[in-house]
Design a binder for this molecule. Structure first.
Ligand SMILES: Nc1nc2c(c(=O)[nH]1)N[C@H]1C(S)=C(S)[C@@H](COP(=O)(O)O)O[C@H]1N2
Ligand SMILES: [Mo]
Length: 528
């Protein structure tokens, strides 16, 4: 800054006051925080999906190119959402700080940036998949409050700066009052933003909960066989049934939809003879079946852990489709969730006798909110992106040409049968194991086909057949183990599975996009 161009400070013609850099930055951060806090609170009261902050995040998810999404899932796995929200928060804070610094004399840069952020949130909300006019209220409130907070803090800061210039110029007295007013204004905005934001989050997360459902009805038919000899936990495999809390989670929802059973309903329509709308009570009083099914994400890399097994309780899809009467020519169903995600599932796997269902229970409990409470779909043998719609509210019977799903629009395959896979769980990659006898163990899956053999190869030697655990159903994964002897030094362990159709996994590792990873899982270990 060229000091010489500034007019000399005189009592009559002093330079325009200038807010200190730190205070200017704080003022802008506070204005943005006020907008976001009020946005959260109003959204919680009016329509949770209209949270300006989360709407921008959801828009980012919708617009992210596929390679970046793959990278994010590879880097952060199930923490991809935390990473996105943390990154967004950091970006907003940086923009706000720079805006404040650009507004030390003039409130207009801040006004423009706060307004632009508000408009961005509005656009994100309006272009969301479930937009309704009520959703405009929260981003509008955020925009107005953000601007008001900016003016309030900036103007009091400018007044305080002017007053301290007066003090420097010899007019004491006004400085203290102006500074107090600034502290009060900034403090008030900070507290208000914090309280509104926390209250908003609290209201949203307190709504609709599985504990309100009470005990689930029991399934028809004989009780399931006892699960004996189904895993090698002592050797290091996962438990055969995955605990709900450990079940992998993949979805596009930044804020989990929290539905209440009293307002939930499912509409079944499209190429049907009798359209049907089911309430929660109607759904749960239908004939229910219970079956273990292993879900797998198409994004699961070779050796990855986006695969889990649970006992699902639900209404058979085949019975529901028979009741509505599928018209000739129909090929698939399009399922939509309350948050506007959708997927397509061919009619074949829904009606060929496998336990494809509208699930309401997981391991004997109501579905956890993260896994689709109150109702989600489960189809053995299909990746989640073409079958496992959580928070499901709509099913349309249609043709392949009649509907293109969320992930298909983003380059993933139209059909998603799960590929036969196997994984080494112990020893872990890069592990050190004692030289001599050691146990290799893991899981293999070929849902609705079944696993017939798992083989392990040490250092390019001969393939050795692993011992297989019991197989209560072909719809779940199968555990295996094999004792090997490792001499001191580095070793390579490779696994491959053969399924009941006679197919043996092929060696080359293929990445997930567009229709699922394949290839042998290899781990390098050191025996010491
Ligand atoms: N509503 C909704 N349902 C969804 C998704 C989603 O993003 N939104 N993701 C699907 C994908 S890609 C997978 S792999 C499974 C994962 O189910 P889980 O989180 O219960 O393991 O849910 C499916 N159902
Ligand atoms: Mo997935």
């Amino acid at each position: 800054m060229a000091i010489t161009t500034e007019p000399a400070p005189t009592a009559s013609r002093r330079p325009p006051p200038r807010i200190g850099g730190g205070i200017a930055a704080i003022a802008a951060v506070l204005a943005v925080a006020a907008a976001l806090g009020v946005g959260e609170l109003v959204a919680a009261l009016v329509s949770p999906a209209s949270s300006p902050f989360l709407a921008v995040g959801q828009a980012a998810i919708r617009l992210t190119p596929e390679w970046l999404k793959e990278f994010a899932i590879a880097q952060f796995g199930v923490y991809d959402k935390v990473a996105l929200l943390t990154g967004m928060t950091a970006a907003i804070v940086v923009v706000a700080i720079l805006t404040g610094l650009a507004s030390r004399r003039d409130e207009r840069p801040g006004l423009v940036v706060v307004a632009a952020m508000g408009v961005l949130a509005l656009v994100a909300v309006v272009t969301g998949p479930t937009f309704a006019p009520l959703d405009l209220i929260a981003p509008f409130a955020a925009l107005l409050v953000g601007i008001a907070a900016w003016f309030a803090v900036h103007r009091t800061a400018l007044a305080a700066a002017g007053a301290s210039a007066d003090v420097a110029g010899g007019q004491a007295g006004a400085g203290g009052t102006a500074r107090r007013r600034l502290l009060l204004t900034a403090g008030g905005v900070a507290v208000g933003a914090g309280v509104a934001g926390v209250a908003g989050r609290f209201l949203v997360t307190g709504a609709g909960s599985p504990s309100s459902v009470g005990p689930l009805p029991t399934a028809a038919g004989p009780p399931p066989p006892p699960l004996v000899g189904v895993d090698y936990v002592a050797a290091g495999t996962p438990t055969w049934l995955t605990q709900a809390a450990d079940f992998y989670r993949i979805d596009t929802a930044l804020s989990v939809p929290r539905l209440s059973t009293s307002s939930w309903s499912l509409r079944v329509h499209g190429m049907v003879n009798r359209e049907l709308t089911l309430t929660w009570d109607q759904l749960r009083s239908r004939r229910l079946v219970e079956a273990p099914v292993t879900l797998t994400c198409v994004s699961n890399e070779v050796g990855g852990n986006l695969v889990s097994n649970a006992r699902w309780l639900g209404v058979p899809m085949a019975e529901l489709l028979a009741e509505v009467g599928v018209q000739p020519g129909a090929e698939q169903i399009a399922s939509t969730s309350s948050d506007g995600w959708n997927c397509n599932t061919p009619l074949g796997p829904l009606t060929d006798g496998r336990p494809a269902m509208l699930a309401i229970g997981l391991n004997g409990q109501p579905l956890p909110v993260e896994h689709g409470f109150p109702v989600r779909m489960v189809v053995p043998g299909l990746y989640g992106y073409v079958s496992a719609c959580k928070w499901i509210t709509d099913i349309e019977v249609t043709t392949f040409a009649g509907f293109t799903s969320y992930w298909e629009q983003r380059g993933w395959a139209q059909q998603g049968p799960i590929k036969t896979q196997s994984r080494i769980d112990v020893p872990r990659r890069d592990a050190s194991v004692p030289a001599g006898p050691t146990m290799v163990a893991g899981v293999a899956w070929a849902q609705h086909t079944g696993i017939d053999a798992v083989e392990v190869r040490v250092d390019r030697g001969p393939w050795q057949r692993a011992e297989l655990a019991a197989e209560p159903t072909v719809d779940s994964w199968r555990m295996w183990k094999l004792p090997v002897t490792l001499s001191p030094g580095g070793h390579e362990l490779v696994v491959r599975a053969t399924d009941r159709s006679g197919y043996t996994q092929t060696p080359q590792v293929v990445p997930p996009i567009p229709d699922g990873a394949s290839g042998w899982h290899t781990v390098a270990v050191t025996a010491v």
